[in-house]
Ligand binder design. Structure first.
Ligand code: S3P
Length: 172
């Protein structure tokens, strides 16, 4: 039985917030791939992009996903671009159940509009950029997901419960 839970989805869709809550409720370990990369590098994602560029960050992501332990009972919140690399998804699928947190562009915009921690969204027109990246990626999120959860209309606790209900017998 696969007992890790992997959260995928666009920036600002609540993977970290919901992941922490879900891990707490299930008594699982919470892992945030972005946080781990920042810890390993000793600098922020913004700085990694600025100093080394996006491709370098994608390689760090890939290396981290490969190294992720095969332990059970982990909730893994991934960076929004994790699905750009098929190998990442294959690794993650072999370790757990993939849940796509599906958020509307408006919801994403509201969540990130005052947050400058995301290099790809440090642009003039944030909404347009969100829509355009989401258009490129949406089908990948959907294709790789075992479960899709619409998160635009519920609070964190409700979403967490919906996820637990949907997981049903798939976890212990
Ligand atoms: C990215 C999402 C970010 C972070 C980096 C790139 C992306 O993570 O990995 O800024 O390409 O969507 P969050 O989804 O946690 O914001």
């Amino acid at each position: 039985m696969k007992t890790n839970i992997v959260l995928i989805g666009f920036m600002g869709s609540g993977k970290t917030t919901i992941g922490i809550r879900l891990a707490y409720k299930l008594k699982y370990l919470f892992i945030d791939t972005d946080k781990k990369i920042e810890e390993e590098m000793g600098i922020s994602i913004n700085e990694i992009f600025r100093i080394y560029g996006e491709q370098y960050f994608r390689n760090l992501e890939k290396t981290f996903i490969k190294k992720l332990s095969n332990s059970n009972k982990q909730v893994i919140a991934t960076g929004g671009g994790i699905i750009k690399n098929k190998q990442n998804i294959e690794e993650l699928k072999s370790k757990g159940i993939i849940i796509y947190l599906n958020a509307s562009p408006e919801h994403i915009y509201n969540n990130i509009k005052d947050d400058d921690s995301r290099p790809l969204l440090q642009v003039e027109n944030k909404m347009e950029t969100i829509q355009s990246i989401l258009n490129e990626r949406k089908f990948l999120y959907e294709e790789f997901a075992d479960i899709i959860i619409d998160i635009s209309y519920n609070q964190v606790d409700e979403i967490t419960q919906i996820i637990i209900d949907k997981l049903g017998g798939k976890i212990f």
